[in-house]
Design a protein. Structure first.
Length: 123
């Protein structure tokens, strides 16, 4: 069981890292007007926070800290979905490009949500 758990942790950590890179690349192609800059900054912060909090969780000194960091990661994933939907629905960026990134944000959110339920003993 431990081996399966560590593979999942490595997988989620790697996926979050690759997701951050995809966001950085995506944002580098947006035009630099004031609206885009504000949304881009918010999206960059929330998207990169997902992986950063997963890393912090793995270094947590207690189960409570671990849960707290994982919960922050989940919240960041949900916030990221919001900013991506806002970009998509305002037609600021190509829908096809956003949908691919948004799908990964949704999957990360589901994985983190499932982990939180398991940590809280509800699954």
């Amino acid at each position: 069981m431990q081996n399966c758990n560590s593979k999942l942790q490595i997988n989620i950590k790697l996926r979050a890292y690759k997701f951050s890179l995809a966001i950085i690349r995506f944002l580098s192609h947006l035009s630099k007007n004031q609206t885009n800059q504000i949304i881009s900054n918010q999206l960059l912060r929330s998207a990169t926070s997902i992986g950063a909090n997963i890393i912090e969780a793995q270094a947590a000194s207690s189960r409570r800290d671990f849960k707290n960091f994982m919960n922050h990661s989940l919240k960041s994933a949900n916030e990221t979905k919001y900013w991506l939907c806002l970009l998509r629905d305002s037609n600021i960026a190509p829908t096809e490009q956003i949908e691919t990134i948004l799908q990964e944000a949704i999957e990360l959110s589901k994985i983190l949500g499932s982990s939180m339920l398991k940590l809280k003993g509800r699954r």
